[in-house]
Ligand binder design. Structure first.
Ligand code: ZN
Length: 391
């Protein structure tokens, strides 16, 4: 029930130096330079964090938790994610979504998987919808899903600028955004439109037009994969200047198949250079999604499955490479997505009253311990909690 994490170097993500953290149940009860002996309560777990860095649990807002893929036919449908792979990657809050396949995958499946992950210990939400417009929902409309289903924070990933999209016109995209807008208001949600951006010719033009021509607040539009190709970064920077968030996908690297791809570290540096506010940049993993590669003629040449481990690996690389300080890098996967998704103050920060979602890093910035809503999920880098059918 009660835990004290003592003497860790605390980043909230703001650096506060050595502090003790008192956890009561699922919440952070108190943060203080030195918390004395607590008496009059049942047993307290004392955790010595001397030599460790204590940071907020990570938020991954783009994970195909119930599986995805399928671009190479049914045999390439990717598997469901396990609780241990999320927790060992430091992820204590996840947003699950569908992708290209809204036919054999369903929002119902996604919701059930989110509930399972929640029961296993982490916090899990979903985006309703899939690539297509009109998109897939549970109750018949994006608006009703947002109002009626607690776990629905928005709609996505709606695909634009991609041969796998519904080839939406501005009107089609505006209709989805309008549904998310009113559904978000009525349901007291962020009502995010999480937009998958492909390598297509139009880039972010539809989102620019939506921002200029409609009254829908641009901050509800959140494009992702904007580092998949270099030319998208300039457009993303422009959108961010208009008030939108831009999401970078971890695990994207330059190679022969994707010579114009920009990895997170370099993409962050480029966005800052182009004048984008770093407080509006987020990073997600695309975990358990497919990573298909198509040739110039649109033929599938290879397909792999994404891992959530790349989330922290890529963000810490921004620190190792001197692009960002720890204080600047952490918000990319903590405070910034929490603000975007409307989850502050419960998520994305370590403060009294917030959920006890905490990651302890060693001097090498490797993940050693993870607490999700006060529960120990990972110890010495190994999973403490496993899924029902995990060995
Ligand atoms: Zn996508």
């Amino acid at each position: 029930m009660f835990k004290i994490i003592r003497n860790g170097e605390l980043y909230t993500p703001q650096y506060l130096g050595k502090n003790d953290i008192l956890i009561a149940g699922e919440k952070i009860a108190l943060i203080n330079k030195s918390i004395g002996k607590v008496t009059g309560v049942p047993e307290i777990d004392e955790i010595d964090a001397t030599g460790y860095i204590v940071v907020p649990g990570f938020i991954d807002q783009h994970v195909h938790i119930a599986g995805g893929g399928g671009e190479g036919g049914p045999v390439t449908r990717t598997p469901e994610i396990s609780i241990s792979s999320l927790a060992t990657a430091g992820i204590t809050t996840v947003v699950g979504l569908l992708g290209a396949d809204g036919v054999t995958r369903s929002v119902a499946e996604l919701l059930a998987k989110a509930r399972a992950l929640e029961q296993e210990g982490i916090s899990a939400y979903i985006f309703t919808g899939a690539y297509e417009i009109p998109t897939r929902t549970l109750t018949g409309s994006v608006r009703s899903d947002l109002v009626l289903i607690d776990k629905v924070l928005g709609v996505g990933e709606i695909a634009i600028s991609d041969h796998r999209s519904a080839q939406p016109t501005l009107e089609m995209l505006v209709q989805v955004a309008a549904e998310a807008r009113i559904g978000g208001l009525l349901g007291k949600k962020a009502g995010i439109v999480h937009v998958h951006v492909g390598e297509g010719k139009q880039g972010l033009a539809l989102l620019m037009d939506l921002a200029k021509q409609t009254d829908i607040p641009v901050q509800q539009m959140a494009p992702t994969h904007v580092n998949r190709i270099e030319r998208l970064l300039s457009e993303a920077a422009e959108l961010v200047k208009m008030g939108a968030f831009a999401d970078l996908t971890a695990g994207i690297y330059t190679d022969n198949a994707s010579p114009d791809a920009v990895e997170v570290c370099d993409a962050v540096a480029a966005l800052i250079k182009k004048g984008a506010d770093i407080a509006r940049i987020t990073v997600s993993s695309d975990g358990n999604g497919s990573l298909p590669v198509f040739d110039d003629r649109g033929n599938l040449t290879s397909i792999m499955v994404g891992s959530v481990r790349v989330l922290w690996e890529d963000v810490r690389k921004t620190i190792f490479n001197g692009v960002l300080s720890m204080e600047q890098a952490l918000p990319l996967i903590t405070l910034n997505p929490a603000l975007l998704l409307g989850l502050v103050p419960a998520k994305g920060t370590i403060r009294s009253g917030s959920d006890a979602d905490i990651v302890m890093l060693d001097g090498n910035l490797d993940i050693q311990r993870v607490f999700a809503r006060g529960k120990l999920m990972v110890d010495r880098g190994l999973p403490v909690v496993k899924g029902y059918f995990e060995n």
